[in-house]
Design a protein around this ligand. Structure first.
Ligand SMILES: [Zn+2]
Length: 166
């Protein structure tokens, strides 16, 4: 996640700077997900039409539908709520992390193999991954948290009452 935030991913645009011979394969500089945009950091997260489908598929359940599909908005969201422990923000951050990870993985898979997954399949995988993680957590019972657990089809056993702590 920090690699992404710090824009230090070993991307083709970064790699191309190392190629001083001037005979780079320019076919490789095209985004492997939508095959139309450039393979740049700004494009992939999430200006790419493929990345956009992923983002739109996960953001409502993540409770971050107010964050627009621009890298700067997502970055701002992470900075603003980075230390928040509320269920909504913890889930939002997990979803952003999983979405960026799986978009990045898909981009690499398409670049280095012939395997492809559809955007809707990736959305399923991202949400299933986050749901699995949420199963390992416990949430203080509030009206909002109960609704969130319902939205994610999570068992009420993950809730604890305030007086359970002592
Ligand atoms: Zn693209």
């Amino acid at each position: 996640m920090w690699l992404i935030v710090n824009k230090k991913l070993k991307k083709q645009d970064v790699m191309s700077m190392w190629n001083s011979s001037g005979n780079a394969n320019y076919n490789l500089l095209c985004c492997s997900l939508c095959t139309s945009g450039p393979d740049s950091h700004e494009h992939l997260f999430f200006e790419c039409s493929f990345g956009m489908q992923i983002w739109n598929g996960v953001k409502v359940l993540a409770g971050i539908e107010d964050v627009c599909n621009k890298w700067d908005s997502i970055y701002e969201y992470l900075v603003r709520f980075g230390s928040s422990k509320s269920a909504r923000n913890v889930i939002g951050k997990l979803v952003v992390g999983a979405a960026t990870y799986f978009v990045w993985q898909e981009r690499n898979m398409r670049l280095f193999s012939t395997k492809q997954r559809s955007a809707s399949r990736l959305v399923e995988i991202i949400l299933a991954t986050v749901r699995l993680k949420l199963h390992t957590m416990r949430f203080k019972r509030t009206g909002q948290v109960e609704r969130i657990l319902q939205d994610w089809s999570l068992p009420r056993g993950l809730l604890f009452e305030d007086d359970d702590c002592g």
